[in-house]
Design a protein around this ligand. Structure first.
Ligand code: FES
Length: 106
């Protein structure tokens, strides 16, 4: 495992999500404000749609798939609603001096 810089804190406004490529993977970085940043696989586990085009719920700490509406827990990656049944991968995030770093497999 290694830490990789994905973006800066200013790149992702509070309550929003942005997609970045990290080691050839699409990663959605979410800014939950006081609760910090989260990073999950940007591609829905149900079909090939980008979660970063969906809505973030800061209070519930979820992101909603724009295609069929499954919501995913940003801490566990597990879907909270159907039709998705499989989790998306979650990446540990560190905010170091406003650099957003995530842990990915080498
Ligand atoms: S593609 Fe995401 S819920 Fe269907």
């Amino acid at each position: 495992m290694g830490l990789v810089k994905v973006c800066t804190a200013a790149d992702v406004p509070e309550g929003e999500v942005r997609r970045f490529q990290v080691n050839g993977r699409e990663v959605a970085v979410v800014n939950l404000g006081q609760e910090g940043f989260r990073a999950v696989d940007a591609i829905c586990s149900h079909a090939h749609y980008f979660l970063d085009e969906g809505e973030v719920d800061v209070d519930l700490e979820t992101i909603e798939c724009p295609k069929h509406g499954s919501t995913f827990d940003l801490n566990s990656g597990k879907p909270r609603t159907l039709p998705a049944t499989l989790p998306v991968q979650v990446f540990p995030v560190k905010n170091e001096s406003d650099d957003i770093l995530i842990e990915v497999e080498e």
